[in-house]
Design a protein around this ligand. Structure first.
Ligand SMILES: Nc1ncnc2c1ncn2[C@@H]1O[C@H](COP(=O)(O)OP(=O)(O)OP(=O)(O)O)[C@@H](O)[C@H]1O
Length: 285
């Protein structure tokens, strides 16, 4: 892999709280998923890579550019699209006005080309029929789609998406997955999510962040493989396991040491993730 983004020793503190703790990462073209528990530092990392926040220490190279250098940061901004966790759009703008305004901020000065681009990105996210609706009248899922639309302006080489599928209905989630995987064919896409299904469906690479460090970097298959031989199905609630749940077929699923009467099951990404973060041990404590 020839990485489009390289991160070395990245550190960010808020007061005494260390949020990113000497983070090292590499990822390249295609879709990379960023998983991690609440507060792991995902949004902080994405904000930094999107150049809206300065890190305290460490080095980033994105598309061959150094965001710590003012001139290179401007060049990088021209080539990146960012979907923030909470975009906070102007509520009284219509969708078309808002996306047009974002396109102006992205230095699209040719009016006709800009209007074409605004129509294109609204079409991409299925919001063309809402073009003249005011932002404040959108549902949560529609606002998410609008947030993706503005990130797509100008066909950026690097897309940084903070929980792009949060709040989407199943049909839209599928549509988003198709769009994001298509974008990943020719660009570098980094997306954070709490949905392991999204990672399985979309990502060729996954990074797990915990307490500001990357505790896993590899393929989704490798993450699932980390739980091989540690996932069990039982007919009855497993004795001695603190973390188990009843599946739809009425049997019990557990991750960790083999419970009495447990038969092995195929591990999923979620199993690998839970084990990696020590969730079974935490539940037992
Ligand atoms: N502006 C800020 N000032 C102070 N602390 C902050 C600020 N932004 C984030 N934090 C803290 O930094 C830590 C990491 O937050 P961050 O939003 O990056 O986590 P996250 O992995 O994206 O979490 P989530 O999955 O809940 O979105 C948290 O402890 C959070 O409270």
């Amino acid at each position: 892999m020839n990485p489009s983004v390289t991160v070395r020793g990245l550190t960010k503190r808020y007061g005494r709280t260390v949020v990113l703790d000497g983070l090292d990462l590499d990822f390249g073209r295609g879709v990379t998923g960023l998983l991690g528990p609440n507060g792991a530092g995902k949004t902080t990392l994405l904000r930094g890579l999107a150049t809206t926040l300065a890190f305290d220490r460490g080095r980033v190279r994105a598309l061959g550019l150094d965001p710590a250098d003012r001139e290179q940061r401007t060049r990088l901004r021209r080539r990146l699209g960012y979907l923030p966790q909470d975009p906070g759009f102007y509520p009284h703008f219509t969708l078309v006005e808002l996306v047009d305004y974002m396109a102006i901020l992205k230095e699209m000065t040719d009016r006709r080309a800009r209007h074409r681009e605004v129509r294109r990105v609204l079409e991409e996210v299925g919001l063309s029929d809402r073009a003249t609706t005011k932002v404040r009248k959108l549902s949560g899922g529609m606002k998410r789609r609008l947030a993706l639309a503005q990130a797509l302006i100008g066909e950026p080489d690097l897309l940084i998406l903070d929980e792009p599928t949060a709040g989407l209905d199943p049909g839209q989630r599928l549509r988003f997955r198709a769009l994001i995987s298509r974008l990943g064919e020719s660009r570098t896409v980094l997306l954070s999510t709490h949905q392991t299904e999204d990672v399985a469906a979309l990502c060729e690479r996954v990074i797990v962040l915990s307490q500001g460090r990357a505790v896993f970097q590899g393929s989704p298959g490798q993450l699932a493989g980390a739980a091989a031989g540690q996932v069990w199905i039982c007919q009855d609630p497993p004795e001695g396991s603190a973390l188990f749940w009843r599946a739809a077929d009425g049997r019990y699923r557990t991750v960790g040491p083999r419970p009495r009467g447990g038969t092995p099951a195929d591990p999923t990404i979620e199993d690998g993730y839970l084990l990696l973060l020590g969730e079974p041990a935490r539940a037992a404590a």
